[in-house]
Design a protein around this ligand. Structure first.
Ligand code: FDA
Length: 392
């Protein structure tokens, strides 16, 4: 049996960050990763370019039963700290929109940077290694793997959430938390496309591939971004964002004309083009196929001059609050994140350490802290990994 100071379970974003920070402190660190390579989700993130942070990161960008929990870690490891490491490695990046930073070339560079930093800090990474059992062996832990047993003073659980099982996601961290007496708050897929079924799906069948800017407010959150019609239902950044706030059975109201006052615009269009079809006028401000679908199923086919004030008010109301009742989500198969997780009440927010099992830390997505779309989830992984790495 070999003995180390810090054993990190999971070689993803949070685990690698934790390992390199602990390694730089002179701690003997081993990372155990069951996949054949580390950082698989980093590799696939941001369309292969990794949206590695967001310049506007703030606690308000995170969902958690305790919205204050993330503050300490985020304050002590900021986007600027990660950017400094990226720049020190000569990785070119750009801001895409809304503070989202992406690699110019490839997310492989982020994984290589983390692995190089781990190596420089003397961290040992064991890939393709399955964990068989974890025991609390006061004052530390004993972990049985298929490549031998390791004893460690600190154990950091960084095994991520349930999204994208084909990339190696498991419920390992949640099971381990429960076994060590920690509550796990209900898990569900977040940042995930919403599905439609029956008549709503049929009515939108012609729209697959159509994207339009929308604003959606739901569950106390509000997002303005693109919505995309798909063969299964709805996707695009606005839908992914609101999916984290949506609960089954709830109707969403989509503002299809977020940039204008629909009542004013309709009245002006009626004055300027009284003989035009409503559909033709709508196609001036909405994708043509969407305008057609709205007239076919919701608004009817009429000329502008036939629309009386109550009609105009009804149409304006519908354009600003188009009701959608999703049948569900696409689930963990395509979700970017898992909502819920290890209850933050059971952890110390400065160190990410268990309040009841000394030396046991949870970092990254396994914890009940989930970011909005746009680089926030990686920033949480870096910040929480750093918080644990400084003390483990
Ligand atoms: P992560 O999942 O990264 O790592 C967990 C590691 O533990 C994995 O390597 C896994 O194989 C390993 N593991 C699991 N079970 C194990 C076991 N039993 N034994 C050993 N190892 C085990 N976020 C963002 O901010 N910007 C973005 O651009 C994107 N893009 C994106 C795209 C897609 C398609 C997905 C699915 C997700 C994103 N995300 C994102 C979210 C982001 O990837 C996610 O929040 C972080 O990777 C979470 O980091 P963790 O280290 O907690 O888990």
């Amino acid at each position: 049996m070999s003995a180390v100071d810090v054993l990190v379970l999971g070689g993803g974003a949070a685990g690698l960050m934790c390992a390199l920070v602990a390694g730089r402190r002179g701690r003997r660190v081993v990372v155990v990763e069951h996949a054949e390579r580390v950082g698989k989700k980093i590799l696939m993130s941001g369309g292969g370019r990794c949206n590695f942070t967001n310049l506007h990161t703030a606690p308000a960008n995170f969902l958690s039963a305790n919205p204050h929990f993330c503050k300490s870690a985020l304050a002590r490891y900021t986007p600027a700290d990660f950017v400094a490491m990226v720049e020190a490695h000569g990785i070119a990046y750009h801001e895409k929109e809304l503070g989202q930073l992406f690699c110019d070339v490839s997310s492989k560079l982020i994984v290589r940077m983390l692995v190089d930093e781990c190596r420089a800090a003397g961290v040992e990474i064991r890939t393709g290694t399955a964990i068989r059992a974890v025991h609390a062996d006061a004052p530390g832990f004993r972990v049985e793997t298929d490549a031998g047993t390791l004893a460690a003073g600190s154990l950091v659980v960084a095994t991520g959430g349930l999204s994208i099982p084909r990339m190696g996601a498991t419920g390992f961290g949640f099971d381990l938390a429960r076994r060590f007496g920690h509550r796990v708050l209900p898990l569900r897929a977040g940042l995930v496309p919403l599905t439609l079924s029956g008549a709503p799906l049929e009515r939108n069948a012609e729209l697959a591939g159509v994207a339009t800017p929308v604003e959606i407010a739901h569950g106390g959150a509000r997002f303005r971004n693109a919505m995309l019609f798909t063969h299964r239902g709805l996707s695009g950044p606005a839908i992914l964002q609101i999916s984290s706030y949506w609960q089954p059975g709830e109707t969403l109201h989509v503002d299809l004309l977020p940039e204008r006052d629909a009542a004013e615009w309709l009245a002006a269009a009626r004055r300027a083009h009284p003989d035009a079809e409503l559909r033709t006028q709508l196609a001036e401000v909405l994708p043509k196929r969407l305008a057609q679908r709205l007239c076919d199923h919701d608004l009817g086919h009429r000329r502008m001059r036939q629309l009386q004030p109550p009609d105009l008010a009804r149409i304006a109301g519908l354009l600003h609050a188009w009701p959608v009742l999703p049948s569900g989500t696409e689930g963990y198969r395509t979700a970017e994140v898992t909502l819920g997780g290890v209850d933050t009440d059971t952890l110390d927010s400065r160190t990410m350490m268990s309040r009841t099992v000394p030396g046991l830390h949870f970092v990254g997505e396994v914890v009940d802290v989930t970011g909005h779309l746009g680089g926030f989830n990686f920033q949480w992984a870096w910040a929480s990994g750093n918080a644990a790495g400084l003390v483990a």
